[in-house]
Design a protein. Structure first.
Length: 239
């Protein structure tokens, strides 16, 4: 299913000079915030958890997911260059699977690594906070990549829709509306991370079994539908 040539082209598109610069902004900001908080407040487990949960998990990771997930395929569909890829002897599910793997790996690198570094700066992994939020970042990267790759496949306005989801649903409604939290990738990933953190440091409104089922279900369903949607694109329809 994994196609090295498709992967190489997708990595090149995602990690071009302009897009890579955008991907680096939020991780750099997170690390700067961590350094400033540590300098002014010293080691504080609760503050460390608040920074990683409030900025890294709630804002940085979904936004990076938007950039990587939609950018893995959306621009090719928008400018019509996907026609050249579809003309090659590569199955369309293989194209989607490969682009998903690339989007996941890029999102993980630009999300989990800075999250761990920021956690170590904030409190040296006290109460397993750095490791726990890194786990949450890794888990969330998979689901976000699948969701936003699907958006890039079905809509020409994928970036806008993704930003609305990331900033309005995940960040605003997910924090303020109790019912919305159960439909939040952020809360699902927190449920996984909760098991590795110190008592009371991380809490999710979703139980671990439900969170795992939802994470797997959303990832599989989004990937399957993206592959199905790509199969409906015809070379004649893209001219």
């Amino acid at each position: 299913m994994y196609h090295p040539t498709v992967a190489r082209l997708t990595y090149r598109a995602l990690l071009g000079r302009r897009r890579a610069a955008v991907l680096l902004i939020l991780p750099a900001l997170l690390i700067l915030i961590a350094m400033a908080v540590r300098a002014f407040n010293g080691v504080d487990d609760q503050i460390a958890s608040d920074v990683l949960g409030g900025f890294a998990l709630a804002t940085m990771i979904p936004l990076i997911g938007v950039i990587a997930g939609t950018g893995a395929i959306g621009p090719e569909i928008d400018d019509g260059s996907i026609v050249y890829l579809l003309a090659k002897p590569v199955t369309r599910p293989s194209i989607i699977f490969t682009k998903l793997i690339v989007a996941i790996s890029v999102t993980m690198v630009f999300s989990a690594v800075p999250t761990f570094i920021a956690g170590m700066i904030l409190n040296g992994n006290g109460q397993q906070i750095a490791v726990s939020y890194t786990i949450a970042a890794l888990v969330a990267s998979i689901a976000y990549s699948a969701l936003f790759l699907l958006l890039g496949t079905v809509s020409r306005h994928a970036v806008v829709i993704g930003l609305v989801y990331a900033l309005v649903w995940e960040t605003l409604f997910g924090s303020l509306v109790a019912g919305a939290r159960t439909l939040s990738v952020q809360q699902w990933s927190l449920a996984v991370a909760e098991k590795t953190s110190g008592e009371g440091m991380i809490a999710s409104d979703v139980g671990l079994p439900a969170a795992v089922v939802l994470l797997v279900g959303v990832t599989v369903a989004a990937t399957w539908y993206a592959g199905r949607k790509l199969r409906t694109l015809t070379l004649a329809g893209e001219e």
